[in-house]
Design a protein around this ligand. Sequence first.
Ligand code: ZN
Length: 152
Amino acid sequence: MLDQLDELYRDVILDHFKASAHRGEAPGASFRAEGHNPLCGDDLTFTATMKDGRFGQVRFTGKGCAISQATASMFSAQLEGKTVEQTGRLIRAMKALMQGETLEASVDLGDLEALAGVRKFPVRIKCAALSWNAIEQGLQNLHQSRAEGSRP
Ligand code: ZN
């Protein structure tokens, strides 16, 4: 499938797949999110430090196809320094990108734009979406555990 992607997109994706600066575990992580895509056999675990509602260091481990692993790398890079609210905007932007909808102009996708070509391959969208679905779920869990923790 990578052969059919535009060359520019393919190179960005392959760079992240082969040598990600974000692979590993974030030391002292207070955020954790996991995702599995049984259709393709992709597995991802994100760990991140969080301070004042903002992501610090974001790292991922996992295995699977180039799209899933490259997306995790690109997504980790984009999450660093983002608030929960900005992360929500980024996730919405990625969902829009996969559906070929117009993006919010204020969201900078960075290398994630390379995934625009993936929407031509519907089966692969799940491989890419694994990252943001996992983070979205992780943030929901975080929110819930905070809400429970603050109960009298
Ligand atoms: Zn995959």
